[in-house]
Design a protein around this ligand. Structure first.
Ligand code: FES
Length: 356
């Protein structure tokens, strides 16, 4: 019985293949033309702009006006960026800034979009055409025809001929990204040079080293051999921009046996009795270097495993970082508290800044 069913199925399949072969079609991709009546094309309807040159002229005016409106929107957004600067902590300034820049950008996009749609509907060639299916790979004739089609499209859309529309479109497209470019400047604080800001930290001569996050000053006698502390500058917690400052000024403090430290000439006074302070900001892409391996004196950045050797002034011994962690010169004040001798002698953070 089972054998019969299988035989029956095979017979049906081979019948079907024979039918397809006789019709010149292939399994799975075939549409049998005789099964579907071709409804033909609907009659072509002329547009008012095809019939009346005055209407075509009117449509053309509307289109380039919309492109100009888009340009005006972009300029408005640029002007709004300058006219409504974001003041620190002023919510209404932020609201005005974002609202007017948003209106300008919306107008710019809306103008381009509407003009493009109107151009397509009112003026571009709209005769129905039939594009027969063909193999994916184009023949030489097809390629030649493609070039021809480009020329035809240029003729029919009037892109080359209607210079006013074309130029206003190009102008609108060029103008639109400009507000986006200047908005990058807004990422930096007002009236300050971003390069200068990134080149310096809060550390200065006499600033006490305090514990992160409590802000309690650290005495040299608190730092025993083998210990490590997360450090911030004194007064950081009282600043309104404490987070930005901390992102640059965070430091790791460690004490080693002074005889274990390899110190380059000129840096002899930067440490105090084996206590050394290094920037906590990884020189790869700025993650906090948070792991200290007490036995090997290695500092490890968990982001991409850059490893710094504290014994050798935090030189890179593994990973993608390209330069050592900057050292903070330290000493002690009259009361025995650890203090900075100055700011870092180089910008902290990613290696990009050493190119300054
Ligand atoms: S940020 Fe430290 S290794 Fe990448």
């Amino acid at each position: 019985m089972a054998h019969d069913e299988v035989s029956g199925h095979d017979a049906t399949a081979s019948d079907s293949s024979a039918v397809e072969a006789s019709r010149g079609t292939s399994t799975g991709t075939a549409v049998i033309a005789s099964d579907v009546a071709n409804p033909g094309e609907p009659p072509h309807r002329e547009r008012i702009t095809d019939l009346d040159p005055k209407e075509a002229k009117k449509a053309q005016r509307s289109i380039y006006t919309l492109f100009y409106l888009s340009i005006a929107g972009s300029i408005f957004a640029l002007a709004a960026y300058m006219a409504f600067p974001i003041e620190d902590g002023d919510i209404s300034a932020i609201r005005l800034n974002t609202m007017f820049i948003g209106i300008g950008c919306a107008l710019a996009l809306f103008g381009i979009g509407l003009a493009a749609v109107h151009w397509g509907k009112a003026l571009m060639y709209d005769k129905e055409g039939i594009d027969e299916r063909h193999p994916v790979r184009g023949t030489d004739e097809t390629r030649a025809r493609a070039v021809e089609i480009f020329h035809e499209a240029d003729q029919e859309s009037g892109f080359g001929r209607r210079t006013l529309i074309r130029n206003s479109l190009i102008g609108a497209i060029i103008a639109f990204p400009l507000p986006g470019l200047v908005l990058f400047r807004g990422l930096a604080p007002q009236d300050q040079d971003p390069v200068e800001l990134l080149s310096h930290t809060m550390w200065e001569k006499g600033a006490r080293l305090t514990l992160d996050p409590s802000g309690i000053p650290v005495k040299a006698s608190d730092v025993t051999i083998g210990s490590a502390f997360h450090i911030i500058p004194e007064g950081l917690n009282d600043r309104h921009d404490w987070l930005e400052q901390k992102a640059k000024a965070a430091v790791l403090l460690m004490r080693l046996n002074p005889d274990d430290l390899n110190i380059t000439p000129g840096r002899e006074s930067w440490s105090y009795d084996g206590i050394v302070a290094y920037s906590k900001i990884c020189t790869h892409v700025g993650c906090p270097v948070a792991l200290y391996e007490q036995q090997t004196h290695h500092l490890l950045c968990p982001c991409h495993q850059s490893t710094f050797d504290v014994v050798n002034e935090c030189e890179v011994i593994f990973g993608p970082a390209k330069r050592p962690l900057p050292q903070l010169p330290i000493t002690v004040d009259d009361e025995g508290y650890l203090v900075a001798q100055s700011d870092f002698h180089e910008p902290v953070g990613p290696s990009f800044w050493e190119r300054q």
